[in-house]
Design a protein around this ligand. Structure first.
Ligand SMILES: [Zn+2]
Length: 400
């Protein structure tokens, strides 16, 4: 399965994957999913939001156990983010059948559409629509860089956008959702473990900092006479690093625009975007408050105006404690495998669904922690350990 997927949407120039939602590469991934389902005699369907499902047993019976992830990628993404969870789902099902396990609950495998949001700028569109966390009107307004709307892109790919909308009946049939995912950090590498269980997705926000000064000539304006917003911006970047280190959190200024953006001009405006995440709300508040306070002091010191606006915020997502404990209990039977419980700073479909469905995640070790890059990697024996752990979990939850 892995070898079949490897060439799909791979750029020969970068070695990365370009599997944006509703493109040709995405269609090839979807065809692969359907073929895998049909080859195993599973009932295949796409839902009203374009997510793909494969069923063993009748989901109408309810209390289904579902596993899976996504097959789309960020621009020049890695091979593992998403596909590892879908391939592992089919492989775990094969493992269960090999063990002769008998199902007591319907078992589903899902590929959620447009998880990365690479094309339309919003992540987890498929799961958000299904959970009602994104309205149809909002979805209709999503537009890609070429001006193509989401409904148009779906239609071009052969799907009916007229059916978009919340799908509570479908979610009500699911008793547990378990998503396996490559770790997007180095916690497992540092602890020396192959597989981990997710505790929570860290709260996460984005803030825009506008430093407004005075444009002037870079050659003739005395240093003492300047109102240079670049200086207060630069000091704020360093403060963000300092505050994040103190709090054990992360804070990043990764995007900036400058006006007038001339080599020989003191800037009039420096606009920088802060992305910050921490293990809990109190930690995130501490970091961001500290950065804002420092930024205001630096702005004042340089005679620069500062406006700060929060552009987005996602509160902490705590995965279902009972399901998490159940996974730990099932995996704890294997005395060879130590399975730590760890948080993550990255968003997932599992996080979106966790409001509506008992949800858990398994992470597979990523030795460099690199993700959203062609260098993203997991060793084959760690991936096999992930499949085995997922099979154990599915057997424990859904079989006699
Ligand atoms: Zn992912």
């Amino acid at each position: 399965m892995w070898a079949e997927l490897l060439p799909v949407g791979r750029s020969s120039a970068s070695g990365g994957y370009r599997r944006s939602a509703w493109t040709g590469a995405d269609a090839d991934c979807r065809t692969w999913f359907q073929e895998q389902a049909e080859a195993r005699g599973l009932a295949y369907e796409t839902d009203r939001n374009g997510n793909q499902w494969a069923w063993l047993g009748d989901p109408a019976a309810g209390d289904a156990v579902v596993t899976g992830s996504h097959l789309d990628s960020v621009p020049d993404g890695g091979a593992f983010d998403g596909p590892l969870g879908v391939v592992s789902a089919f492989a775990a099902l094969d493992e269960l059948r090999g063990r002769g396990a008998r199902l007591t609950r319907p078992l589903g495998i899902v590929n959620f559409g447009d998880e990365e949001g690479a094309r339309f700028g919003l992540a987890c569109v498929g799961s958000r629509l299904t959970a009602g966390a994104l309205t149809v009107e909002q979805a209709h307004r999503l537009t890609d860089g070429d001006g193509i709307t989401l409904p148009q892109a779906m239609e071009d790919a052969g799907y009916d956008p007229g059916t978009l909308g919340p799908d509570p009946e479908r979610l009500a049939r699911i008793g547990a959702f378990v998503e396996l995912h490559v770790e997007q950090g180095r916690a497992l590498d540092l602890s020396g473990d192959r597989v981990g269980i997710a505790s929570a997705i860290w709260p996460h926000g984005r803030w825009r900092f506008d430093f407004r000064g005075e444009a002037n000539h870079a050659g003739t304006t005395r240093l003492a006479d300047r109102h240079d917003p670049m200086l207060s911006y630069a000091e704020t970047v360093l403060a963000a690093r300092r505050e994040a280190e103190l709090a054990g959190a992360v804070a990043t200024f990764g995007k900036i625009t400058v006006e007038p953006n001339g080599v020989n001009a003191i800037p009039s405006l420096v606009r920088g975007w802060l992305d910050s995440r921490a293990a809990d709300q109190a930690g995130l508040d501490t970091v961001v408050t500290g950065i804002e306070k420092a930024a205001r002091e630096y702005a004042t010191a340089h005679g620069v105006d500062l406006d700060i606006a929060r552009e987005s915020f996602t509160p902490v997502v705590e995965f279902d404690h009972a399901l998490r404990d159940e996974l730990a209990r099932i995996l704890g039977r294997d005395t060879e495998l130590r399975v730590p419980v760890l948080g993550t700073g990255a968003g997932h479909d599992a996080g979106i669904l966790s409001d509506r469905v008992p949800t858990a995640m398994l992470f597979v070790r990523n030795p460099t922690g690199v993700s959203h890059s062609p260098a993203e990697h997991a060793a084959e024996d760690d991936c096999v350990a992930g499949v085995s752990a997922l099979a154990d979990v599915l057997e424990g939850l859904a079989c006699t």
